[in-house]
Design a protein around this ligand. Structure first.
Ligand code: NAD
Length: 285
């Protein structure tokens, strides 16, 4: 029996429609949510991501501002720019597109962003709030994964979730969110001995390793929910995930495609966070 497809595009479309109507309500109160994106250097993939973020802002009636800085930008210049944006009344969300040029300390830069404008949810204050289950800006990809599962009515409480990957952006916060939802969480990573031993016991399997076809049908329990976060290029240059989709779809209960799965949810949750930041700014007036 084939797995049911989790249509990230459609779930994202519905969520964005809701965000768009909330934006209109805020505008009626005289506030237009504004997102500033800082792009430093010439990374082509980053440029494409940034363009998509701006396009989605436009579509939902939000303002977006792109600040392009050269590869040679200094840490001091970057800090000065972020401080200006921290002070701006028109900018509610600040996103520094990663990776930054190698001479810049990413961790130090993230800490300069005001936690109340940290729409990527990478600031240690937001991470700490998330860990202690307080209201916080949640990193967009993990937030999108949980949103997807909620939208298909998946039960998370008491389930065994196996997360492959322990990055600060995806794996670690994804596991933490599932823990907050009362799941039992196992993290696997590049040093995990015998990955399959863990993955085949997962009710919900989240693959965020960035390795094409890492997950075969032997890694998956019958009927499991399989969330493929990977964004890789195969030999033909086609976008693909970490999961061998064609094989696993016959064993999983639900599965996300790549493209059209987690990707559209990530950008949607960025819009959600920007709207949240704009609402937060009202409560501070
Ligand atoms: P990363 O390189 O920072 O982390 C990868 C993680 O996978 C590491 O923790 C590593 O230990 C683990 N890993 C690597 N090889 C492994 C293996 N063979 N077995 C088990 N674990 C292994 O990457 P990231 O930023 O967390 O992103 C992961 C993937 O998700 C990438 O393909 C990235 O492009 C994609 N991504 C997609 C979205 C989206 O919106 N769809 C967003 C962010 C990242």
């Amino acid at each position: 029996m084939a797995a049911e497809l989790i249509d990230g595009k459609e779930i994202a479309r519905k969520k964005q429609a809701h965000i768009g109507s909330e934006v209109q309500k805020l505008k009626a109160e005289g506030i237009t949510p504004g997102l500033a994106v800082i792009l430093a250097g010439n990374n082509q993939a980053s440029r494409t991501y940034v363009k998509n973020k701006q396009k989605t802002c436009d579509k939902l009636g939000m303002n977006s501002m792109l600040i392009e800085l050269p590869e040679s930008v200094t840490e001091q210049e970057l800090i000065r720019k972020i401080n200006e944006l921290n002070e701006s009344e028109d900018i509610h969300g600040i996103l520094v597109q990663l990776p930054l040029p190698s001479h810049i300390n990413e961790k130090a830069i993230i800490e300069i962003i005001s936690p109340d404008k940290d729409v990527d949810g990478f600031h240690p204050i937001n991470i700490g709030r998330m860990m202690t289950a307080q209201d916080a800006f949640i990193p967009c990809t993990p937030a999108g994964i949980v949103e997807m599962l909620n939208s298909i009515g998946a039960d998370i409480s008491g389930k065994h979730v196996v997360v492959i990957g322990r990055s600060n952006i995806v794996g670690k916060p994804a596991g933490q969110l599932f823990l907050n939802e009362d799941a039992t969480v196992t993290y696997c990573h590049s040093k995990t001995a015998d990955l399959k031993e863990y993955t085949k016991r997962a009710d919900i399997l989240v693959a965020a390793a960035g390795k094409t076809k890492l997950i075969t049908k032997d890694h998956v329990k019958n009927g499991a929910i399989v969330i493929d976060v990977g964004m890789n290029r195969n030999e033909e240059g086609k976008l693909c995930g970490d999961v061998d989709f064609e094989a696993v779809k016959h064993k999983a209960g639900f599965i996300t495609p790549v493209p059209g799965g987690v990707g559209p949810m990530t950008i949607t949750m960025l819009m959600h966070n920007t709207l949240k930041a704009a609402k937060l700014s009202i409560s501070k007036i």
